[in-house]
Ligand binder design. Structure first.
Ligand code: NAD
Length: 313
């Protein structure tokens, strides 16, 4: 079933598509009042009164006039993705349960919304706010997730299993469902990147709920790639591993894992075939590139970002 407010959002996304075609490039539109300090281009865009086309803040940037939604971008990989997209001129809606999300970046192209992604009604409001503020959606990055403490199958309670699925899996369907009619009306076609995990390709003992949730979200992304190709929307997956400058890796966990392998923390951080340390900035740039023209003809792909792993290769 489609959300009840679908038609209003689609009307706005269609206004934006028409304005973008008229101007020959993607443009953001805003409902209501123009904003102090933001130039508008209404004559050329031919929009109804009360709707404003916003001039690019960074002219000729690769994502100027485009709009992205990122989940879980208050910290770690998601935050780096948001930064890379803002640097490329996109407007970014960032949905995160961490209140820090609201003031994270100081530009009018940033809209941080504090939200528990498991709350369907809050998701409706967030999408409405996003469309009213920027006019639609071109790019989606499904990133939010938790990594629970290691528990083996025989000790894992159903409550813990359901909690991991409720955060790492279910909201991704809710977000995809709401995003589809908007991505379908993206001037340069919609793009989605799903941040899964190396655990999909090489699962870890003690991580059955996490590994299963990430395998399921990968499968969700693959089905979306199949179903949405006809709409020009491409959906690709990344499988990062051991990105240590993020919220899921505390100093204590890092030290414990290094000790488990009889390594120093520095050795442990480079425990991959290339012997490199992967940081969230690298993954953020990687994801931004996947949303750009280099991946124009790629959909349904899964790319490990792990420095090379003999368990994956
Ligand atoms: N760091 C790694 O080594 C690594 C490896 C593979 C995959 N991943 C995946 O990358 C993604 C990002 O993780 P990270 O490592 O940057 O960790 P992180 O903890 O820094 O970021 C996760 C973000 O998700 C948000 N979040 C969690 N539950 C939420 C909810 N219910 N509603 C809204 N937001 C919620 C958190 O507040 C946080 O900002 C996760 O899906 C994780 O599984 C990380």
């Amino acid at each position: 079933m489609q959300p009840a407010h679908k038609s209003e959002e689609i009307t706005i996304a269609e206004q934006r598509l028409t304005a973008s075609r008229k101007l020959g490039r993607p443009v953001m539109i805003r409902q209501g009042m123009p904003i102090m300090g933001v130039s508008i281009l209404n004559e050329a865009a031919d929009l109804p009164s009360g709707v404003f086309a916003l001039a690019d803040e960074i002219p000729n940037a690769s994502f100027s006039g485009e709009i992205a939604l990122v989940t879980g971008g208050a910290s770690g990989i998601g935050k780096a993705v948001v930064q890379s997209l803002l640097e490329r001129g996109a407007a970014v809606i960032n949905l995160d349960i961490n209140p820090a999300v609201e003031g994270l970046f100081d530009t009018l192209r940033y809209l941080g919304i504090r939200i528990d992604l498991t709350d369907e009604a809050a998701l409706d409001s967030a999408f409405r706010a996003a469309v009213n503020t920027f006019g639609g959606l071109d790019m989606l990055v499904l990133n939010a997730g938790i990594f629970p403490p290691g528990i083996r199958i025989e000790s894992l309670g159903m409550d813990e299993w359901r909690k991991v699925m409720a955060i790492n899996l279910d909201p991704n369907l809710s977000v995809l469902r709401r995003a589809h009619p908007l991505l379908k009306r993206a001037p340069r076609y919609g793009r989605v990147v799903v941040n899964a995990s190396k655990n999909v390709l090489a699962p870890g003992a003690g991580a059955v709920a996490y590994s299963s949730s990430k395998a399921a979200v990968t499968q969700m992304g693959r089905v979306a790639a199949l179903e949405w190709a006809k709409d020009g929307i491409r959906v690709n997956m990344v499988h990062p591993d051991q990105v240590f400058d993020t919220g899921i890796w505390t100093k204590e966990v890092l030290e414990a894992r290094a000790a488990h392998y009889g390594m120093t923390v520095e050795q442990y951080k480079r425990r991959n075939l290339l012997g490199v340390e992967i940081n969230s900035r690298y993954v953020g740039e990687f994801v931004a590139n996947m949303l750009g023209p280099m991946f124009e003809f790629v959909t349904g792909a899964q790319i490990p970002i792990d420095g090379g792993s003999d368990r994956v290769i």
